[in-house]
Ligand binder design. Sequence first.
Ligand code: SAM
Length: 279
Amino acid sequence: MWIKEAANGLGLTVEVTKHLCHRVSPFQTIDIYDTVKTGRMMLLDGVIQLSEWDEFCYQEMMAHVPLMAHPAPENVLVIGGGDGGVLREVAKHSCVRRIDQCEIDEAVIQCSKEFLPSMACGYDDPRVHTFIGDGSEFIREHEAEYDVIIVDSTDPAGPGEPLFGEDFYRAMKRALRPGGVIASQSESIFLLPEIVRRLLKIAGTVFTHYGYGSILVPTYPTGMIGVCAASDARDVRVPVREPDAELSAKLRYYTPEIHRSCFTAPKFALAMTKGLNDE
Ligand code: SAM
């Protein structure tokens, strides 16, 4: 039995063994499958969100790039990320004292807790406080509160749409404490170049320093996705801390070297990803 992802003119075909879950929430459809090659997979509105096989690539880079670009992050906000994988990665940092999460769809969290324990374990950490609601509204109620904000959202269609606008980036800036860093899911330079371009323009307008980092994720169409990191305090493309031995032993993708190198774009994408503030 094969399932076909179809979005933005391209998709992936995956051999599955079992359809474990189909739910319709007020925001989206949620499907979870067991597959032959890529472990359990979650799809929202038919779009692949993660597979047990390669989710570590995305979750580690979304979390550790902004956390390692901050000298001492204590308060962290995750917007979206209902599966819990980014929470799991943030919780690996002993310097972090509080992890707030704002996820719009409680059903994603419930499905993950039921079927994806290796990611939902992120919810077990006592520093995690989950709020159910729209991240674009939650962020407006918080001022100078967070050292790091991570936006682990769906694509800019449906509930994720407001998380890709300039108003939201300005609200994230207000919610940061001095020295704060943001990171957001920033799509693929192959699949959605116009969205990458627009997001980086917004990031460069709102923040002094920013960059687009490429992440290898085989089960996303085009095999990659981007993380846009930004800050007013320092160049986010360079880590200011290194993982200690305990953290390093828990990582499979993130290294200080890949932090630096992921921000180097291939030639065709240089103009698309070049920092407005690089000159
Ligand atoms: N890694 C994934 C990807 O890019 O394919 C994203 C995974 S995570 C499951 C995305 C989460 O963002 C979903 O659980 C979704 O419900 C949540 N989300 C979408 N729009 C949101 C919003 N406006 N506020 C808060 N959470 C939102």
